[in-house]
Design a protein around this ligand. Structure first.
Ligand SMILES: [Zn+2]
Length: 345
């Protein structure tokens, strides 16, 4: 390459990296622990609980539920090596920060770095397992639509279930053991119920909604990366958190220590999903997509500036959000328990 070609290639790479801001930590540790804790309590005394205990040793599903996010702390170290670089940073990762625990995270990331289909600027494969980006205009998650991938949250959740049932994960996933698959499943079932990890709004430069499956679609300009590229405007007009971060953040009342008998009873009433167990994750994603439509309802967006849009949130948004979050955490905890009971009846 001559200098001009090299500069052009660099500019392309920089643009790709800039538009593809990585998704943040889903639900935050608290939301994931709530999902795991609901499942722990629903499974108490069952054969599935014994199998969970056998695979995870001393860990509960509540503990396990954050492992896949903790593993995002593994980075390349020089040309060949890897290291866990966030030791001590996250409270809910401490239980995994022994020598053996860090080796297990490094090993998972190394296997799941470059095994999926990626475009220039896309993140490392395992980080893409946590979400999908189905347009709000669709009525269901279906592979092949804009924003979906075989290695998205639906594929990853299904693969973890298959690994637990058969001892093999379908490609492109490289899950090594049933223990690893259970750690992952306890997390992915949470993510697949976070509406902004499933449904995405696509916007043009003027901040108008576009349908990426049917309109002219330019990924670089129109993708909002699950709301990470949308900043909420506060009542005083100042910029607040990204829309994605708002939805990841769970109020204290929905934390894992706040699950009472009434909440558990509502989790017990959740109907089991239909059909073969391998189809359940797609059904769960479709339900989250309908919640994402509510999350984006009545929001006006500013024109795109500096790679992001601003969103003015309608009145009552926070209460509506807490309400949906509680529903989704309940469904996630109940369904994690249901799928484990289906695996170990
Ligand atoms: Zn996640």
């Amino acid at each position: 390459m001559n200098l001009a070609q090299r500069l052009a290639a660099l500019a392309l790479l920089a643009a790709a990296l800039a538009f593809h801001a990585p998704h943040a930590r889903a639900w935050g540790g608290d939301g994931h622990q709530t999902v795991g804790a609901i499942a722990d309590q629903l499974l108490a005394g069952s054969r599935a609980a014994d199998e969970v205990k056998r695979l995870l040793g001393g860990l509960s599903l509540r503990d396990a539920a954050t492992w896949a996010d903790c593993a995002k702390g593994v980075e390349r170290d020089g040309d060949y090596g890897w290291r866990y670089a966030t030791e001590g940073r996250y409270r809910d990762c401490r239980i995994f920060e022994s020598d053996a625990g860090e080796r297990a995270m490094v090993d998972f990331v190394r296997r799941n770095e470059d095994n999926c289909r990626r475009e220039p600027g896309d993140e490392i494969c395992h980080k893409g397992y946590h979400y999908t980006d189905v347009a709000l205009q669709r009525r269901a998650w279906a592979l092949g639509r804009v924003g979906t991938r075989e290695s998205d949250i639906v594929g990853a959740t299904t693969a973890a279930i298959r690994m637990l049932r058969s001892g093999f994960a379908p490609p492109p996933f490289r899950f090594e053991s049933r223990r690893e698959a259970l750690l992952l499943l306890a997390h992915y079932v949470g993510d697949i119920h976070q509406p902004l990890h499933v449904g995405a709004v696509y916007l043009d430069d003027a901040g108008q909604r576009v349908d990426p499956d049917n309109d002219v679609y330019d990924r670089r300009r129109m993708e909002t990366t699950g709301g990470n590229a949308i900043r909420s405007l506060r009542a005083d007009g100042r910029e607040g958190a990204s829309l994605h971060a708002l939805w990841d953040d769970v109020p204290a009342a929905l934390g894992p220590d706040r699950i009472d008998a009434r909440w558990l009873a509502s989790a017990r009433r959740v109907a089991q999903s239909d059909g073969p167990i391998d189809d359940w994750p797609a059904q769960w994603a479709t339900q989250s997509l309908s919640q994402a439509r509510r999350a984006y309802r009545d929001i006006d967006f500013s024109p795109r500036e500096g790679g992001h849009w601003d969103a003015r949130l309608p009145g009552g948004y926070k209460d509506m959000k807490t309400d949906i979050q509680k529903t989704q955490l309940t469904l996630a905890g109940a369904r994690l328990a249901q799928v484990l009971r289906a695996i170990w009846p």
